[in-house]
Ligand binder design. Structure first.
Ligand code: VL7
Length: 138
């Protein structure tokens, strides 16, 4: 039985989100707002098919993909840079590589008990221990 990331998740910590946003070239005013947000993620997983909807009071972002199939990502409302993204399994971790203008760009999701972790990477920046999201029991 593979891992299941499905559920509703609320952000609890975002260490070094600032550093990640600087690496992405997000302007000061936007960073100030974005840092204060407590986004929610709704993840629907059907085997290797994923729907990840990140919502906040400021911007929303929807990502749908199938593990192992490269796709075009537009990062609309984020940094708006297009890239080619590929998500793969590394054991029970979901690893995304976003190939484009920015080096070393990507993210990794994994579960620890009832917590969802997210590491965001761009250039020389990453969120070291992984941003944590609490599972909302339904
Ligand atoms: C995407 C934000 C900073 C612009 C707004 C911040 C709005 C709410 O990559 C992400 O999720 C993956 C893994 O679950 C799936 O898409 C999170 C948030 C990164 C980058 C850019 C700041 C403006 C945050 C959408």
């Amino acid at each position: 039985m593979p891992v299941d990331f499905s559920g509703t998740w609320n952000l609890v910590s975002n260490d070094n989100f600032e550093g990640y946003m600087v690496a992405l070239g997000i302007d000061f005013a936007t960073r100030k707002i974005a840092k204060m947000l407590k986004p929610q993620k709704v993840i629907k997983q059907d085997g290797d098919s994923f729907y990840i909807h990140t919502t906040s009071t400021f911007r929303d972002y929807l990502l749908e993909f199938k593990v192992g199939e490269e796709f075009e990502e537009d990062n609309k409302g984020l940094d708006n840079r297009k890239c080619k993204s590929l998500v793969t399994w590394e054991n029970d971790k979901l690893v995304c590589v976003q190939t484009g203008e920015k080096k070393n760009r990507g993210w990794t999701h994994w579960l620890e008990g009832d917590d969802l972790h997210l590491e965001l990477r761009c250039e020389n920046q990453r969120l070291p221990s992984g941003t944590e999201w609490f599972h909302l029991l339904e």
